[in-house]
Ligand binder design. Structure first.
Ligand code: IDP
Ligand code: MG
Length: 152
């Protein structure tokens, strides 16, 4: 089992898409183990996006994610990091495949509605930044129907 970090960005919160986006992860069979609707302090945004510092879109990105609340989410499941990135789709909504969140809901490369950790190492780093209090540990009876024993 892996836990990955997702956040629904200000554009999707403002567009009223939180429920539909969260629902896609739930219906997939992934387990929500943390959620937090929050304003993002600038220092948290900068730590989160440190790898992009100096890139042409960096200043706009920090301004964007701190402009209005986001929904931070921790998601657990087998191969959760890769499965969530697949559900999210390519960075630019104009190029993302139909069926993905970005492919179905957006037209932008910057205002692309959602972040998902790109590796297990990133997930661990990002979860420590966004959920320093930790995530929830609880079992769901439905998991016995989402995975066959060989998946686990
Ligand atoms: P990812 O979110 O698909 O992992 P990254 O390349 O890590 O994409 O970029 C982080 C975020 O920075 C993107 O989700 C997007 O909001 C923004 N971004 C990336 N490239 C561009 C760009 O070329 N123009 C504007 N914003 C960008
Ligand atoms: Mg990235």
């Amino acid at each position: 089992m892996e836990t990955t970090f997702i956040f629904i960005k200000p554009d999707a919160v403002q567009r009223g898409l939180m429920g539909q986006i969260l629902g896609r992860f739930e219906r997939k069979g992934l387990q929500i183990v943390g959620t937090k609707l929050m304003s993002v302090p600038t220092d948290l945004a900068k730590k989160h996006y440190a790898e992009h510092e100096g890139k042409p879109f960096y200043d706009g990105l920090i301004k964007f994610v701190t402009s209005s609340p986001v929904l931070a989410i921790a998601i657990r499941g087998v191969n959760a990091v890769t499965v969530c990135r697949t559900l999210i789709g390519a960075t630019n909504g104009q190029k993302a495949d139909p069926g993905t969140i970005r492919g179905d809901f957006g037209m932008s490369g910057g205002f692309n509605m959602i972040h998902g950790s790109d590796s297990l190492e990133s997930a661990e780093r990002e979860l420590a930044l966004w959920f320093p209090e930790g995530t929830l540990d609880y079992s769901r009876t439905l998991d016995t129907w989402c995975y066959d024993p060989s998946d686990l």
